[in-house]
Write a protein that binds this ligand. Structure first.
Ligand SMILES: NC(=O)C1=CN([C@@H]2O[C@H](COP(=O)(O)OP(=O)(O)OC[C@H]3O[C@@H](n4cnc5c(N)ncnc54)[C@H](OP(=O)(O)O)[C@@H]3O)[C@@H](O)[C@H]2O)C=CC1
Ligand SMILES: Nc1nc(O)c(N)c(N[C@@H]2O[C@H](COP(=O)(O)O)[C@@H](O)[C@H]2O)n1
Length: 221
């Protein structure tokens, strides 16, 4: 399995504003790059915080990219995965439509009624007692044949994935905007590291959309 985390941050490192609703940081060029990365992936993963905040669809937008996937014997869209300990994904969430297979990763704590509802629209997998155990969940996704994984956020999930040692590559678009706010989400939130910080090696940097795309490899992976 190879895990790429992709996110867009403002020049001051925020994923969105303190209101935690969807904020366009990328421009057209970067959104097109993200679409190509989705098209190259077997699955696109987000945390339930992103589902509740953004209601993302997580599909490939460019028809030619979807056609190319079909020509290669793949589904038009990659699978979608939401990490959701208690089954909080709303039944009318865009990721539960029939545009792609969706996996909901739950913990043992998820109420039976929520499981029953979600099972109508998604494949359920369970890992962890109170919170999703990411190592367990990602191992199950790999058993399902999902090898090339793209993670789109948000900050809580990205931190936990680094903590679990699951990230191979980080692609960060840094956009020309200041958002500010001590409570605005950043690329890696969670509890934060105080020692044994994950270290990165810069592989590439490219100017686009008035900002910069940074491609980092995680040391030791
Ligand atoms: N600019 C960008 O590229 C992007 C921006 N965003 C923005 O980010 C914000 C959402 O981010 P955020 O609030 O951090 O939410 P996340 O999408 O990171 O989801 C976090 C939630 O996932 C669940 N979860 C389950 N297991 C774990 C685990 N092991 N580790 C971490 N989380 C786990 C938790 O909820 P529970 O306990 O209920 O399971 C947790 O609260 C929004 O404002 C959105 O707009 C999001 C994506 C990309
Ligand atoms: N790459 C990127 N740039 C931004 O500026 C963003 N706000 C995001 N957000 C992510 O894209 C998801 C929306 O996907 P759909 O268009 O609905 O398919 C959103 O939930 C974030 O994960 N990404």
């Amino acid at each position: 399995m190879y895990v790429v985390v992709n996110a867009a941050v403002s020049a001051d490192g925020k994923l969105s504003s303190r209101r935690r609703d969807q904020l366009a940081i990328s421009g057209d060029e970067d959104f097109a790059r993200v679409d190509r990365l989705r098209a190259d992936s077997d699955a696109v993963v987000v945390g339930v915080g992103t589902v509740l905040a953004d209601d993302p669809h997580l599909t490939v937008k460019d028809e030619q990219l979807r056609d190319r996937r079909r020509e290669n014997g793949r589904s038009a869209n990659p699978a979608r995965v939401v990490v959701d300990s208690n089954g909080r994904t709303p039944m009318d969430a865009a990721i539960l439509d029939d545009a792609a297979t969706t996996y909901v990763c739950l913990s043992e704590n998820a109420p039976v009624e929520r499981r029953a509802d979600l099972a109508d629209r998604a494949q359920l997998l369970t890992a962890g007692d109170d919170r999703v155990d990411l190592l367990g969940a990602f191992a199950t996704l790999q058993e399902q044949g999902l090898e090339q994984i793209m993670v789109e956020g948000g900050g809580e999930l990205i931190f936990s994935l680094f903590e679990a040692g699951l990230v191979d590559e980080l692609r960060t678009f840094v956009g020309p905007k200041i958002v500010g706010g001590r409570d605005a989400p950043t690329l890696a939130d969670g509890e934060g590291f105080v020692a044994e910080f994950p270290m990165l090696e810069l592989e590439e940097f490219d100017r686009l959309d008035g900002g910069v795309l940074l491609t980092w490899c995680v040391e030791g992976r």
